[in-house]
Design a binder for this molecule. Structure first.
Ligand code: APR
Length: 229
């Protein structure tokens, strides 16, 4: 039977696709602290500003393409039962061909109702504006988990990590909770590979560090994984 390989990815995964992360922006956008634009309080105070911020990120995404790292992860499906759990709100894993992707922090290319959280819509363009409404008549908001909001997919993600035969962590500083705590749910003895030029510390046994960017690092990872195929 194929082994279950779980990939936990973060902002560094999309860095080579040219997507700017909050930290790359130096934490500021038009002199606003980005962590203050990405909150429910900001949405209450100035929804137009919040929509503008995400519209810009969506414009960036529509110009971006998956990089060699995304593509190599998609190709791992030829050898493993792969599930990707990502903190990224872009859809570059899906564009590269990964078929099982769970988004922890929401999805940039989706909008949702502000009165019914189950009404979620795909966006095919960058603009989401004041006056764009759900079928029940309420304003649409970005389908994003803002700072201070619960992360509804965490229980599902825990289940996925618990079922891993191999865990791969790529491009995340493991600094933002609860996503960062997911590595603690691996079964004892599970091999863990960390692909990251910054070498974030993972407090587990059986950790192999590949201190490279995602593109080159996943190639190296593939060689390491041969013995599990
Ligand atoms: N390839 C792989 N890793 C990279 C690359 C690259 N090309 N470039 C940078 N990195 C690594 C950095 O060394 C760092 O460890 O990616 C990691 C990025 O860390 P963060 O910026 O903290 O991103 P992430 O862990 O995804 O942040 C979590 O915080 O910004 C919020 O909600 C947002 O989902 C995000 C969350």
């Amino acid at each position: 039977m194929r082994k279950k390989l779980v990939v936990l990815s973060g902002a560094g995964m999309s860095q080579e696709s040219g997507l700017k992360t909050f930290r790359d922006m130096g934490g500021l956008w038009e002199s606003y602290d980005v962590t203050e634009v990405a909150t429910p309080e900001a949405w209450e105070r100035d929804p137009a500003l919040v929509l503008r911020f995400y519209n810009e990120r969506r414009k960036q995404l529509l110009q971006a393409e998956p990089n060699a790292g995304h593509r190599a992860i998609a190709e791992l499906e030829n050898h493993f039962d792969v599930e990707v759990v990502t903190q990224n709100v872009d859809n570059l894993h899906e564009q590269a061909g990964s078929t099982k992707v769970l988004h922890l922090h929401g999805e940039l290319m989706k909008a949702r109702s502000t009165i019914d959280p189950f009404l979620v819509y795909e966006l095919d363009h960058w603009a989401l504006d004041i006056g764009d409404r759900c079928e029940k008549g309420s304003q649409l908001r970005p389908h994003i988990v803002w700072f201070g909001e619960p992360v509804p997919n965490i229980p599902k993600a825990i289940g996925i990590v618990e079922s891993a035969d191999i865990l791969v962590v790529i491009g995340t500083s493991l600094a933002v909770y609860p996503a960062a705590s997911l590595v603690n749910y691996v079964r004892r003895g599970t091999p863990i590979f960390v692909v990251d030029p910054g070498k974030p510390e993972v407090f587990q046994k059986n950790v192999t560090y590949i201190v490279e960017k995602a593109g080159k690092g996943v190639e190296q990872l593939k060689a390491e994984l041969k013995k599990y195929m």
